[in-house]
Design a binder for this molecule. Structure first.
Ligand SMILES: [Zn+2]
Length: 199
């Protein structure tokens, strides 16, 4: 899967899991985190979207493990969860968006012929081989994912319990402003917490 489809797929899974597990629509920042986490496994490729932003991480990762190595494994998912649980920040980590986003990437690559080494360090790659990466089918999946997200928003707008969606019923502009202010505040807090946890 290519980056834009990974983001779309992670966003749809985030919305679906939030409604299914937490019984509420996720906030924009949770979808943004899931979308970004959906790109994390490809940090092992210097030419990937994230890899190009932080080459000092992606080049050593690619040299050590190769593309679609440890970062595309269940072991790495376990390590991510372990890190989040053993490094409590001042605020609770957005564990669900991070894990859903990360897992969505592995699941997405699992659908393509190249597959993923789920059980790394065992090198065997698993693949459901449903469609070729970056082909017409992937474009269709990209559109279907966003259609799914819009569907969830439409349903949530008609549910009285979704108080944070209230402004959306009145004005998209108002809702967008409220979300941007709230979400950027939360994101900034986590960046600070992450920097402290890693230091
Ligand atoms: Zn990948």
């Amino acid at each position: 899967m290519i980056a834009k489809t990974h983001i779309a797929f992670a966003s749809l899974l985030m919305v679906g899991c939030s409604v299914g597990i937490l019984g509420r629509m996720p906030h924009i920042y949770e979808v943004a985190i899931a979308g970004a986490a959906g790109l994390l496994p490809d940090l092992d490729h210097p030419k990937s979207t994230l890899g190009r932003i932080v080459p000092y991480i992606s080049i050593p990762l690619a040299k050590l493990f190769g593309h679609r190595g440890i970062t595309h494994s269940l072991l790495m998912v376990g390590l991510v969860i372990w890190f989040l649980l053993t490094h409590p920040g001042e605020r609770e980590w957005p564990v669900l968006p991070l894990v859903i986003g990360y897992l969505s990437h592995i699941l997405g690559d699992l659908l393509t012929p190249s597959g993923v080494p789920l059980l790394w360090p065992v090198r065997k790659k698993f693949s459901l081989n449903l469609f070729k990466a970056n082909g017409p089918m992937e474009n269709l999946i990209f559109l279907a994912c966003w259609a799914g997200v819009l569907y969830f928003i439409w349903v949530a707008m008609h549910r009285p319990g979704e108080t944070w969606l209230q402004p959306l019923r009145e004005s998209l502009w108002q809702w967008g402003q409220a979300q941007v202010i709230y979400s950027s505040g939360r994101l900034a807090e986590w960046v600070v917490t992450l920097v402290r946890a890693l230091a």
